[in-house]
Design a protein around this ligand. Structure first.
Ligand code: ATP
Length: 824
């Protein structure tokens, strides 16, 4: 695509953005509980709108070359991603569930399930590729140093003679098998010859023979034609992929190449822009700087004089933290500024007085009617709770500002067909002028403060008035965060990193893309909800939640700092549901380090209480210093065992529980560290402790039909087999109910080996081949799944969800009963 195409994409994205911003305000107004459905609908459509925008801005930011436009796009992209995360939180709050049935909204907005996909900004990986490469090399180097020792230990020793005997045995067996097949073939040939001799030959007349040959040939020809026609029709209506896959792949790789070339040119343009910025800065400082300085000084002096003439006193110079003299230049007269300063002081005084009075009054009233007031408050609270409302967003002001900048600067440039890829020097000078002005203002402020002191002394004979520092509001904590005691103050990050790798606490993550976590969405979610059946999350929902909760947050520091904070996730599902795969995918998509704090991995390492403390300290310290990081705990239930089983007592799985809980509390917005626990038996854990550490719990029930269908198809194709009509995937999906993706993968791997791949041209693949292997595996039994669901409905969100569905059912029943009464 050309720059013009991306420019048009940007323009259309802003049209959508304008519409979405217009729909933000009405959502802030509280809505009564009975309008929950329409509220959900509005929220969901806004969420889908922002998801689409995220995709658009990501593509435009990834491919546009003009550096100034890219800067604005980057801001917009981060803010839109943040807004998506905020809206997801709102959806969870309103739906009381981690998965949402958006099928109806999707249909109304004429969108497809692909539009539900959360696009992961490409810059997450592209912009930190060099840091990731460096870290990867360091890890590989440490691992290679460790390998020789371990490989020596692992390999069982074998004598040379023994090895030769083993090879000879295998070779003799192979030759024997070959000879046996050969002999069998000869026998069969002999048998056939004997049979023909015994039966004698059929005697056909010439016409009869010709007729038989024609019949067979014409039948074959027609069958072939019909098959071809059917295939063409299916391709035409999009039910079958086109046969020329190679051509399609060629086009795709060419497009990718084009994208890479544009990225390289982006770098060139950025370098040009950086050089121009430096040049503009220095030239502005030299040419316009002195004039600016003089002008500012004059203006400030004028302000001194006017203030003195009006009030008889020289004004207080605004503090550096308030912006210094910028406060005076912000389109206000000196008198206005002085008035504002004074009113501010007076207001704060008044507020304090009012507060102290109120407190006294409150105290008195409390004494008088303590009980009644308590009741009133409770009633009010219930009333407020029953109202649905979206919380004010942190991102919409920034999105609006970005949108305004686009409207003012870029919209009316008339360059949608051939936009310029070079930077705009006029805009650049304008921006730099502001920067230079800020720099000079700091110097001028310093000088003018001194001048003001001198003036006071000379004119009013007044000594310096100490400037009151702005009072810190009581109760509100300052930005300082609680810090844990550093147990390794004299150690470098590199040495800690090496130690963690040596002890196997920091691992090399396999490369798995999140899109390879296959699964389809739930198409009938709304219908199920209407029938008062709680829909279970689909694999698609799980992939989407991982993208939202983990990838988007860990990928960008700006998003993490402002989005609702989520420090930990717990993936709960039977074995083979792809929990570990998702952890690896998060690391791959964000370039995060993978720390392994699974109880099994900690066995025998750093013994004792202080050892556990040291493990947690080191892991969290390195994770924070080299963020983004994922701390994975497999079999997470073991840390919170209600009762530790006898055979696991030696492992002492609960030893890091206390330190882990403490360390998690110290993570603040901006610390891109996420704890991801995975468990298949959460019932064994003490619920309270588990829910305290893991803020979000994602339940992964067995896949439904739609997901199984795409899983079979994808996994068979991934092994190099073209799915043909002879293979009934629908039947496979139907009979594999109860099996996890891991089971399906195992069945596919054992059936589709290299030998079978060679035979596929002669012997097409059929569904029954997989059944034997599938039957050998244990499915997820109903009882197991039910107990997992029961457990989930005891978690805080599960409880709320259960209550909501009960309330809705009761309300509906009451309504029906009322209608019945009316009819009677
Ligand atoms: N949705 C999926 N799409 C593609 N592959 C999948 C999917 N789910 C699981 N797999 C594959 O199944 C195999 C088993 O997955 P994984 O080991 O991640 O499961 P798990 O839930 O962590 O199991 P356990 O609880 O036993 O540790 C992996 O090879 C993974 O790649």
């Amino acid at each position: 695509m050309s720059e013009g195409a991306y420019q048009r994409l940007w323009e259309s994205s802003h049209v959508t953005l304008q519409e979405l911003l217009d729909r933000e305000q009405p959502l802030l107004e509280p809505v009564p509980e009975r309008e929950r459905q329409s509220f959900q609908y509005r929220l969901a459509s806004l969420y889908l709108g922002y998801l689409g925008l995220l995709r658009g801005f990501d593509t435009a930011y990834d491919q546009m070359m003009q550096p100034q436009k890219r800067r604005l796009l980057r801001r917009l992209l981060d803010c839109v991603a943040g807004r998506v995360l905020e809206l997801k939180d709102e959806l969870v709050r309103v739906d009381m569930s981690e998965s949402h049935c958006l099928d109806r909204v999707l249909q109304d907005l004429k969108l497809t399930p692909a539009d539900l996909e959360v696009s992961i900004p490409k810059y997450f990986l592209l912009e930190q590729s060099s840091a990731m490469r460096e870290r990867g090399l360091m890890l590989a180097e440490i691992l290679s140093r460790m390998e020789p020792m371990s490989s020596k230990e692992d390999l069982p020793g074998m004598h040379r003679t023994e090895a030769i005997i083993l090879v000879q045995k295998a070779e003799r067996a192979r030759q024997g098998r070959l000879r046996a097949t050969f002999m069998k073939e000869i026998q069969r040939e002999e048998e056939r010859g004997r049979k023909i001799r015994d039966d004698g030959r059929h005697k056909f007349s010439q016409d009869q023979a010709a007729l038989t040959v024609q019949k067979v040939w014409k039948g074959h020809l027609q069958r072939k034609r019909t098959q071809q026609d059917r295939r063409t029709e299916m391709e035409f209506i999009g039910m079958l992929p086109p046969p020329s896959q190679a051509e399609h792949l060629g086009i795709m790789s060419q497009a990718c190449l084009g994208d890479d070339v544009r990225r390289l040119r982006q770098i060139e343009k950025e370098e040009e822009f950086q050089a121009a910025m430096e040049k503009a800065h220095s030239s502005l400082r030299e040419t316009e700087g002195p004039d600016m300085k003089e002008k500012m000084k004059e203006q400030i002096r004028q302000w001194f004089i006017e203030c003195h003439a009006l009030t008889g006193r020289f004004p207080d110079y605004p503090d550096e933290s308030l912006g210094g003299s910028y406060l005076i230049f912000a389109d206000k007269t000196p008198e206005q500024v002085r008035m504002e300063l004074e009113t501010q002081v007076q207001e704060s005084k008044k507020k304090e007085q009012a507060k102290s009075k109120e407190k006294e009054k409150d105290q008195k009233e409390k004494d008088k009617k303590g009980k009644r007031k308590g009741k009133d408050e409770k009633a009010k609270k219930v009333e407020a709770d029953a109202m649905l409302q979206v919380l004010p967003s942190k991102f919409t002001p920034a999105i609006s500002a970005g949108h305004m900048e686009y409207l003012n600067l870029w919209k009316n440039r008339q360059e949608s067909v051939h936009p310029s890829q070079n930077f705009d020097s006029e805009t650049l000078r304008e921006e730099k002028r502001k920067k230079v002005e800020q720099e000079i203002r700091v110097q001028v402020d310093e000088l003018m403060r001194q001048e003001l002191r001198n003036l006071r002394l000379a004119v009013d004979r007044e000594e310096e008035r100490p400037l009151k520092a702005p009072k810190k509001k009581p109760g509100k904590k300052t930005g300082k965060k609680k810090k844990a005691k550093d147990l390794t103050p004299d150690r470098s990050v590199d040495s800690l990193y090496e130690e963690l790798v040596t002890f196997g606490l920091l691992k090399k993550s396999e490369t798995v893309a999140l899109k390879d976590y296959i699964g389809d969405c739930l198409y009938l979610g709304s219908t199920l909800t209407l029938a008062n059946k709680l829909p279970m999350p689909s694999l698609f929902d799980i992939r989407q939640n991982m993208a939202l909760y983990a990838v988007l947050r860990l990928g960008s520091p700006d998003i993490h700092a402002m989005a609702p904070l989520i420090r930990s996730l717990l993936l709960v599902g039977p074995s083979g549901m792809g929990k570990k795969m998702l952890v690896k995918a998060v690391c791959t998509e964000t370039g995060a380090n993978l720390f392994d704090l699974s109880p099994g991995n900690l066995m025998g390492k750093y013994p004792g209480k202080s050892g556990a403390q040291m493990i947690v300290h080191m892991v969290f310290k390195v994770a924070q210093l080299l963020q983004p990081s994922v701390i994975w705990i497999g079999n997470a239930e073991k840390n919170f065992y209600k009762k530790v089983p006898k055979e696991e007592r030696e492992m002492d799985p609960k030893r890091i529980k206390k330190d882990l809980t403490k360390a998690m509390r110290l993570l603040v917005p901006g610390d891109r560290v996420m704890l991801i626990g995975t468990t298949a038996r959460p019932q064994l854990a003490e619920l309270k402790g588990l829910c305290r550490v893991y803020e979000r719990i994602l339940l992964m029930p067995r896949p439904d039909y739609a997901s199984r269908y795409v899983l079979w198809k994808h996994m068979i194709e991934a092994r190099g087999f073209q799915v043909t009509q002879s293979l009934d995937i629908s039947a496979l999906a139907k009979v594999s109910d109860g099996y996890t993706p891991g089971h399906i993968l195992q069945a596919v791997q054992s059936v589709l080996n290299e030998r079978r791949l060679l035979q596929v041209a002669k012997r097409p693949l059929v569904a029954s081949e997989f059944l034997g292997h599938l039957a050998k595996l244990d499915p997820v039994y109903r009882e197991e799944e039910e107990s997992m669901k029961d457990w989930y409905f005891k978690t805080p969100l599960g409880k709320k969800s259960m209550k909501l569905s009960k309330d809705q059912m009761e309300a509906e029943e009451a309504k029906l009963a009322k209608e019945k009464k009316k009819r009677k």
